[in-house]
Design a protein around this ligand. Sequence first.
Ligand code: ARG
Length: 298
Amino acid sequence: MTQQKGVNLRDIPVSAGQRFLQVTARQEGSPQDRWRLRSSCPSGLVVALRCSECGLQAAALRVVGGTDVAPGRWPWQVSVCQGSQHRCGGSVLAPEWILTAAHCVHRQLPAPAWLVFAGIVTHGSAQPQAGVPVREIIPHPLYSPSSLDYDIALLRLRVPLNFSGAIRAVCLPPSGRDLLQGTPCWVSGWGYTAPEQAQVAATLKEALVPLIGTRRCNSSCVYRGELTARMLCAGHLQGHVDACQGDSGGPLVCWDGATWRLVGVVSWGQGCAEPNHPGVYSNVAQLLPWIHQVTQAH
Ligand code: ARG
């Protein structure tokens, strides 16, 4: 959840002997090459950064065709529950903020009926009192139940999560830049492990689901133009491995070489793991302005 803004030096408190890092406008070179330590700031222009640690795994589990997950592998994965009933997945963005799918919470029970379980791998092992109550449910204002366009919602928790090895935030992707087809990404969740078996998994599952280009996914033999710019596809056109019911709202993450980033939110699919019907995810990079706006305003 990094944010940046320009501020004037005269609007911020400066202590005696404070030094500055001057940043050059040059784009080339490593960040270190572009910094110079200064004792004053003649331009009077300062960049304020808000940083939060994200996207790191502790050490280093319905997903159809997936495998069990070790604790701490996806520490941003949460279970979004009505009482003790698992309804959807979600991702930790910050101690008070969970990102999930709008279809999970739209026209459902109000905030007090919901609990978020973080830092768990096995469902049922958690005591109900370990669930964190939801203060506020904020679905995207443009969410459409018929097309599932803008299928994301933010949950603001009543008490902030205690970050640990088992509970951490995921990083958001850079804005509006779509990743290449074939990028290996991971989906995780407690959803159905067989489409015909209407039961959520006891243990968190994970599966490798490469990104599929939107043009391909919108083609006549796949989703025939049903995808909007707020959606992306991931999975296997031959079927067998996919998210399923109960995985909705959960994370699709991709490794960018330094951190795990939340590229998608499990949204929909025709059946589960069927040939030519891969999983469809909300495209987080296209929805960042709203996420930043809501989390900053509250
Ligand atoms: N809508 C489903 C849910 O509420 C998730 C569907 C994902 N389907 C898929 N084939 N990837 O849990």
